[in-house]
Write a protein that binds this ligand. Structure first.
Ligand code: 2RA
Length: 334
């Protein structure tokens, strides 16, 4: 038994990773379709050894599939997904379009797969920064209940797509050659710089990216009382987002217990041996599935709080892998 699966946005970084992961994880596929915007129509993408011709994303085309994994941007998701869902295709959407819609489950399979029971053919994949933060925090939350999260992100340029990767490379080389370079993707030069601004500014001077971390945490953990205090920063790293997290819990715990819980947590790998300089870094998480956690310490002043450093491949667990895991869960629990 196989499923007809469409990847919508197949030529993008996340779309190509989705195809790779569908193949790697041996998802039972009877037909695979690749869709993208009109400018990529007729090009080819790879699925294992096969070359798949890219079709223009349309309602009629995508509705041929049993499942459609979308990573084509909010605007096209909003335009196409509702009608495709109405025709019976189950959509797993990686954009921000439906995440806060009460009819749409927002799912991290390691945390809230039971939310998949109630869907109306659209399921949302959370934002990359939320996914890695909650995969690391949820096992601790289940034991000691989260009260407050302070998080600062160090987000790689790949979160903004292929053009952003090119911009970092070109900007770096221009900087070294002392040539002029005007940024096109980012509001300021990204080479040798940090930009504390991801997505647009919202109320109270928080960015939309920061508010995603607040709202998505509440929805996924089903607890709007958890205080989330985020600052999101773009850094000149190609791939892999990193986060400094200070988390405060309702109950006290020992560091030994924290290591035990995290070492047995699904999707988490602890890399923490300071005397041997072992800690997670984005350069070494590229292409890996896990959320890496290190620099785990008790807060110096608050006995119920801890600090940690969390790194993950934003294109894999932060986007494509999480979407494929949702699909896998749905197939296995039909
Ligand atoms: C970023 N969070 O890194 C976005 C991608 N979803 O820009």
């Amino acid at each position: 038994m196989g499923y007809k699966i469409a990847v919508v946005g197949a030529t993008g970084l996340v779309g190509q990773e989705m195809l790779k992961i569908l193949y790697e994880r041996k998802i039972p596929v009877s037909e695979i379709y690749a869709f993208a915007s009109a400018k990529s129509e007729g090009t080819y993408v790879e699925f294992g050894d096969e070359k798949i011709k890219v079709e223009k994303a349309t309602v009629d085309g995508i509705s041929k599939a049993d499942f459609a994994l979308f990573s084509i941007g909010e605007e096209i998701s909003l335009e196409l997904a509702p009608e495709i869902a109405k025709r019976g295709t189950i959509i797993i959407d990686n954009s921000n379009a439906f995440r806060m819609n009460p009819d749409v489950p927002l799912v991290i399979p390691e945390i809230n797969p039971e939310d998949l029971k109630n869907h109306k053919n659209i399921i949302a994949n959370p934002n990359c920064s939320t996914i890695q933060m909650l995969v690391a925090l949820n096992p601790l939350h289940k034991k000691w209940r989260l009260k407050k999260i302070f998080v600062a992100t160090y987000q790689s340029v790949s979160g903004k797509g292929k053009d952003a990767i090119d911009e970092l490379l070109t900007a770096t080389s221009s900087f070294l050659k002392k040539e002029d370079y005007s940024p096109k993707v980012f509001p300021y030069p990204i080479a040798f710089n940090l930009i504390p601004h991801i997505d647009s500014f919202e109320d109270e001077n928080y960015t939309r990216e920061e508010m995603k971390m607040v709202r998505e945490t509440h929805k996924i953990l089903h607890d709007p009382t958890i205080k989330v205090s985020p600052t999101c920063v773009r850094v000149p790293v190609l791939r892999g987002h990193s986060e400094v997290i200070n988390a405060e819990f309702e109950e006290e715990f020992t560091l030994k217990e924290v290591f035990e819980v995290l070492s047995n947590a699904p999707g988490v790998k602890v890399l923490d041996d300071p005397s041997n300089r072992v800690y997670p870094m984005p350069l070494f998480c590229d292409g890996k599935d896990e959320v890496f956690v290190g620099r785990i310490r008790k807060d110096l002043f608050e006995p119920k709080a801890l600090n940690m450093w969390v790194v993950s491949d934003n294109i894999r667990k932060g986007a494509a892998l999480n979407a494929v895991q949702i699909l896998e869960y749905m197939i296995n629990n039909k």
